[in-house]
Ligand binder design. Structure first.
Ligand code: BG6
Length: 483
C-alpha cells in the first residue's frame, strides 16, 4: 500500500453554520417560531445556571403573552437571510469546497404540523443553493439543528410524541424532492446526543410538563432514531447517490488518573457518548445501553417495525463536532471547568478557551482513530473551532489565537489521515461570526469574518476579514500541505 502523506484530493474544506444562528428574519415570509426563538441572551454576570437553553412553561407563557421584556438574539441572527449572497461570496474567496448549513424547518412548515409547505421558505433555499453552486461550493445540509418548530412543542411537547416522526418525514421528503439536484450530503439531527442533556434544545421538549423527564428524553431519542433511519430510506429513494450522515457532539473522556476505577468510568462515559453513533452506524441498540435503561427503570415504547428500520437504514458517514476532551473520575473530587453543555474536571495538561472549554488538538487524532476503528465508515469533521473575544484594530482582527487553535487541530486531523483514517472533510464552526448556541452571545466569536454587531444586536453588521481569513484561504489552496 502506498504511504499516505496528506489529505485526499477531493477533501471537503469549508465552514459550518446553523440557520437559527445566522438567518434572523424569524417572522418574515411566512416563517413560524422555533425553539431557538425562545433562547434568551443573559449577560455573563447575571447567569444563574449552567444551561440557559432549557426553558420552563412559565417562561414560555410570559414570552408568548408579550409581557416579558427579554432579548432573543437568534431571532435576528446576523441577518444572513438578507446577506447570504455577499457572505457566500466571501466563503468562495477563501476557496470553500463545502458549506454546512441547516434548513430552518419552521421556514418550510411554519408550525411543523402544517399539511403544505411555505413556498417563500422553499424559494429562499433555492436561491442559497443556486448561489453556492455558482461558486462550486457543495452544500452539506442538516435537517434539524436545534430549531424544532414551536408549533410541535405546543401541540405535542416536541419529540416526546411519536406523531412528530410523521411531520418530520413530510418535511424531509419535501426538501429532498425540492433540492434533489442541489444537495448530495445530508445529515438528520445535529448533535443528537444533546436531547438527553438539554431536551428543549434537542427536541423542543418542555421538561416541567413531564412526570419523568429523564425517561421521556430517551423515548424522544428513540423517535429521532427511527425518524433518522426513515429519512435515510427516503433520501435514497428520492436522490439516488445522495449520502446521509449522523451528527454527534463527540465528548471524549480520559481517565482522571490511572486508577482502574477511573479507566472504567471513562470507558463507560465514552460508551454512553458513542451509543448514538452505534445506533446510527450499526443499526442496533448496544447491550450496555439496554443495561443502562434497565438500571434506570426506563422502558422504551418500541413499535414492531422500529428495530428493523434501524437495522436496514444505517448512515453512510459519521459526522461529528469536536471542541474539547473531558475527564472521568470515580470520585467526585477535583476542580471543574465548563464545556459544550457539559462540565468536566480540569485537565492540568491543557489550556482552556475564555469560556473554559479545554483545548486538546491531540484528542482529535485520538477520536478520529477510535471512530474509524469502531465503524469503518467515512468520517467528517463538521464542527471545530475556537470561541473567543475579538478586538477590531485598524479595520481587522489579529486573531493569531484562532489560527493557532485551528492549525493545531488540522495538523492532528492530517496525522489521523496518515494513520489510515478515511476523512471526508473539515468544516470550521462559524466561518462568519454568529450567535452562540449556548449563551446567545454575539461576543463569543468563531469566524474568519468579523460581523460588526454586539450582544444586543447593535452595530452596522459590516463584514471584515480577520487575519485568519487569508490563513485559511492558504490552507485550502494547498490542501493542507502548508501547516
Ligand atoms: C455545537 C453546536 O455544539 O457547538 C453549535 O452544534 C454551536 O450550534 C457550537 O454553536 C459552539 O457552541 P457555542 O455555545 O459556543 O455557540
Amino acid at each position: 500500500m502506498q504511504k499516505i502523506t496528506g489529505f485526499p484530493q477531493n477533501f471537503l474544506w469549508g465552514g459550518a453554520t446553523a440557520a437559527n444562528q445566522i438567518e434572523g428574519a424569524y417572522n418574515i415570509d411566512g416563517k413560524g417560531l422555533s425553539s431557538a426563538d425562545f433562547v434568551e441572551y443573559i449577560p455573563k454576570d447575571q447567569r444563574t445556571k449552567d444551561n440557559h437553553m432549557e426553558v420552563t412553561s412559565d417562561f414560555i407563557d410570559k414570552v408568548k403573552s408579550g409581557t416579558y421584556n427579554g432579548h432573543f438574539p437568534k431571532r435576528q441572527g446576523i441577518d444572513f437571510y438578507h446577506t447570504y449572497k455577499e457572505d457566500i461570496k466571501l466563503f468562495a474567496e477563501m476557496g470553500f469546497k463545502a458549506f454546512r448549513m441547516s434548513i430552518h424547518w419552521s421556514r418550510i412548515f411554519p408550525n411543523g404540523y402544517d399539511e403544505t409547505p411555505n413556498e417563500a421558505g422553499l424559494a429562499f433555499y433555492d436561491d442559497v443553493f443556486k448561489t453556492l453552486k455558482s461558486y462550486n461550493i457543495e452544500p452539506v445540509v442538516t435537517l434539524s439543528h436545534y430549531e424544532t418548530p414551536f408549533g410541535l412543542t405546543e401541540r405535542y411537547n416536541g419529540w416526546v410524541n411519536r406523531e412528530v416522526i410523521d411531520h418530520f418525514m413530510r418535511y424531509a421528503e419535501t426538501v429532498f424532492t425540492r433540492y434533489q439536484n442541489d444537495v448530495k450530503y445530508w445529515m438528520t439531527f445535529n448533535e443528537i446526543n444533546i436531547i438527553n442533556i438539554s431536551p428543549f434544545t434537542g427536541g423542543g421538549i418542555i421538561s416541567d410538563r413531564l412526570k419523568n423527564p429523564l425517561a421521556t428524553s430517551y423515548q424522544a431519542l428513540h423517535h429521532q432514531f427511527v425518524a433518522s433511519a426513515l429519512a435515510t430510506k427516503r433520501l435514497k429513494e428520492i436522490i439516488p447517490g445522495a449520502q446521509m450522515g449522523c451528527m454527534l457532539a463527540r465528548m471524549k473522556h480520559y481517565p482522571y488518573t490511572c486508577h482502574p476505577e477511573d479507566v472504567l468510568k471513562a470507558q463507560q462515559q465514552d460508551q454512553m457518548n458513542l451509543m448514538y453513533t452505534d445506533v446510527h452506524a450499526r443499526g442496533e441498540y448496544p447491550n450496555y445501553y439496554m443495561q443502562f435503561l434497565a438500571d434506570n427503570n426506563i422502558v422504551l415504547d418500541i413499535k414492531d417495525d422500529d428495530l428493523d428500520i434501524l437495522k436496514q437504514y444505517p448512515v453512510d458517514y459519521i459526522s461529528f463536532s469536536y471542541y474539547m476532551s473531558l475527564l472521568s473520575s470515580h470520585t467526585p473530587e477535583g476542580e471543574t471547568t465548563a464545556g459544550n453543555l457539559m462540565n468536566s474536571l480540569k485537565n492540568p495538561y491543557l489550556e482552556a478557551s475564555d469560556w473554559g472549554w479545554q483545548i486538546d488538538p491531540i484528542g482529535l487524532r485520538v477520536v478520529l482513530n477510535e471512530l474509524w476503528d469502531r465503524y469503518r465508515k467515512p468520517l467528517f469533521i463538521v464542527e471545530n473551532g475556537l470561541g473567543a473575544i475579538d478586538e477590531v484594530v485598524d479595520g481587522t482582527v489579529h486573531d493569531n489565537y484562532r489560527i493557532d487553535y485551528l492549525q493545531q487541530h488540522i495538523q492532528q486531523a492530517k496525522k489521523a489521515v496518515q494513520d489510515g483514517v478515511e476523512l471526508m472533510g473539515y468544516l470550521a464552526w462559524g466561518p462568519i461570526d454568529l450567535i452562540s448556541m449556548s449563551t446567545s452571545e454575539m461576543s463569543k466569536r468563531y469566524g474568519f469574518i468579523y460581523v460588526d454587531q454586539d450582544d444586543y444586536g447593535n452595530g452596522s453588521k459590516q463584514r471584515l476579514k480577520k487575519d485568519s481569513f487569508n490563513w485559511y484561504k492558504q490552507i485550502i489552496a494547498t490542501n493542507g500541505e502548508e501547516l
